[in-house]
Design a protein around this ligand. Structure first.
Ligand code: SAH
Ligand code: SF4
Ligand code: F3S
Length: 472
């Protein structure tokens, strides 16, 4: 009988992308997706450790799975991702029923480790970040099972060379390693040939893309005067025939160069959306975080981007309650956030991560104060996002259709170039296939989404796909 699998993914797009590869490997090994977790023979948890609640969530989930496993002893449980990379041994100590633990540089081994575990017992395989080579970092030859046919992630860089005081990522994912420029353009072309029209470039610090390649070339005595920059990559991927939309995440404000902003402005397929994590608006806090910019410098870059890129939407990440953050620091963040007028923001309460510099800082901020600051900031962002949404009313937006709305199947759902969710009624001709591009006129706006009316279909997807229900 065919064994079935279920993968639960936590954390960022890096993990979602790895999940596609794990799914591809398991299917190449003869497995099929399980309808639901409870009936799966193999459950893979692809974990995150960016904040403490991510750890707690994992152990709670593992507790639930222990109960399932007592009813079905043949069930296998594998834990991969960042928490597995970080806490390799602790996981099996705290949850002895786990069959496989694999690190972020061992994704390509997932299927083999599950086979080995059936024969020989529990397997733990976690390669040190510094010991990985390109094959482990970019297993592009691995089969991938993409969630949707028209949109794909492409990892341009793994790891991070920054040392933000609060962040565990460099310790887990290792130093920055960029994927060669030509490989990336070739992959974009392959994806386009396969029917993909939207590509999202992934990296922890995309604007430093290629720095390591240049250093390596220089060491080898090669001419490195014409070093490809991230902006060049945007232009090259954006020029691939069949690629209609290019998105990327995340740029670091200190490395956001005018060349990137120009490339965004001059490449029609690069979307008018900039996710630029600010973290704080206070210069003291930014310095303690080692972010490498001040509030003023951040605003300068945002203003340059707004002035150069037509109709730009800006989103961000903010941390409240970093150790030592005073009321005055918080006010500085409130002011900066109001001045930028963000379209959306992810606001996090600072969570100490053992092993990071900030974890040993004194002057911790009481939880209630952090919650209050988060709420205050949320209100400021809600005001600007509601205002920005209202401004869209009357405009016609190019929309990439994603499927039917879960709440109301008489509505279909898609994303505008600014990455705003938009709902519009299904017409008599029936629902549009996901991957369709359509012009939709905005007729109303809510805080989280826009409401529109179909004007016309612009292009239909090349691939044949069923119409999924999209959660909104
Ligand atoms: N490389 C990206 C961020 C990746 S982590 C960048 O530098 O832009 C995603 C977000 O998680 C960060 O932007 C930050 O806001 C948040 N984050 C990271 N570590 C955190 C911590 N210890 N506590 C709370 N939030 C954190
Ligand atoms: Fe973490 Fe900073 Fe690197 Fe982003 S840039 S992954 S926040 S260390
Ligand atoms: Fe989490 Fe790892 Fe991403 S820690 S945020 S899954 S890089």
């Amino acid at each position: 009988m065919t064994r079935t699998y279920h993968i639960a993914t936590y954390g960022c797009q890096m993990n979602e992308h790895d999940t596609e590869r794990i799914a591809g490997l398991l299917e190449a090994d003869g497995m099929a997706p399980a309808g639901e977790l409870e009936s799966a023979d193999v459950v893979v948890l692809n974990t995150c450790c960016i904040r403490e609640n991510a750890d707690n969530k994992l152990y709670a989930k593992l507790g639930d799975l222990k109960v399932l496993k007592t009813h079905n002893p043949d069930m296998q449980i594998a834990v991969g991702g960042c928490l597995a990379q970080k806490d390799r041994d602790e996981i099996r100590e705290r949850a002895g029923h786990v069959d496989v633990v694999f690190g972020t540089h061992n994704v390509h081994r997932a299927a083999q480790l599950l086979d080995d575990a059936r024969q020989y017992g529990p397997q733990v395989e976690v390669l040190e970040a510094a010991a990985r080579d390109d094959a482990e970092a970019f297993p592009s030859a691995l089969p991938a099972r993409r969630e949707v046919d028209y949109s794909a992630w492409v990892t341009i860089q793994v790891g991070c060379d920054n040392n933000c005081a609060f962040c565990i990522v460099p310790a887990v994912r290792g130093p920055e390693l960029s994927r060669p420029f030509d490989d990336l353009v070739a992959e974009a072309q392959r994806l386009a040939d396969d029917g993909v029209s939207e590509i999202t470039l992934l990296g922890q610090n995309v604007n430093s893309y290629g720095r390591d390649l240049t250093l390596a070339a220089r060491k080898a005595g090669e001419d490195t005067r014409v070093r490809p920059l991230f902006g060049d990559l945007l232009r090259a991927v954006g020029a691939v025939d069949g690629i209609e939309r290019v998105r990327y995440t995340s740029p670091h404000p200190k490395d956001l160069r005018p060349e990137t902003i120009e490339a965004m402005a001059e490449t029609p397929s690069v979307c008018e959306h900039l996710h630029l994590p600010v973290q704080s608006g206070s210069d003291q806090v930014l310095a303690a975080m080692h972010r490498g910019y001040t509030g003023e410098r951040y605003l300068e870059r945002v203003n340059l981007a707004k002035a150069t890129i037509d109709d730009l939407a800006i989103t961000t990440d903010i941390i409240v309650g970093f150790p030592g953050e005073t009321d005055a620091d918080h006010r500085a963040t409130m002011e900066l956030v109001a001045e930028v007028g963000y379209d959306a923001a992810y606001i996090f309460i600072y969570s100490p991560r053992p092993g990071t510099e900030a974890a040993s800082l004194a002057n911790t901020v009481p939880h209630e104060v952090a919650v209050e600051r988060l709420e205050e900031l949320r209100r400021v962002v809600q005001r600007s996002s509601a205002h920005n949404h209202q401004e869209r009313i009357g405009r016609t937006e190019r929309v990439l259709v994603e499927g039917l709305s879960k709440r109301d199947p008489s509505q279909q759902t898609g994303r505008t170039g600014q990455y705003k969710l938009i709902h519009f009624p299904v017409t008599e001709a029936g629902p549009l296939r996901p991957g369709t591009y359509a012009d939709v006129q905005v007729v109303d706006a809510a805080r989280q989404y826009l409401v529109g009316e179909l004007v016309e279909v612009v292009s239909r997807p090349k691939t044949r796909v069923r119409i999924p229900v999209v959660s909104v």
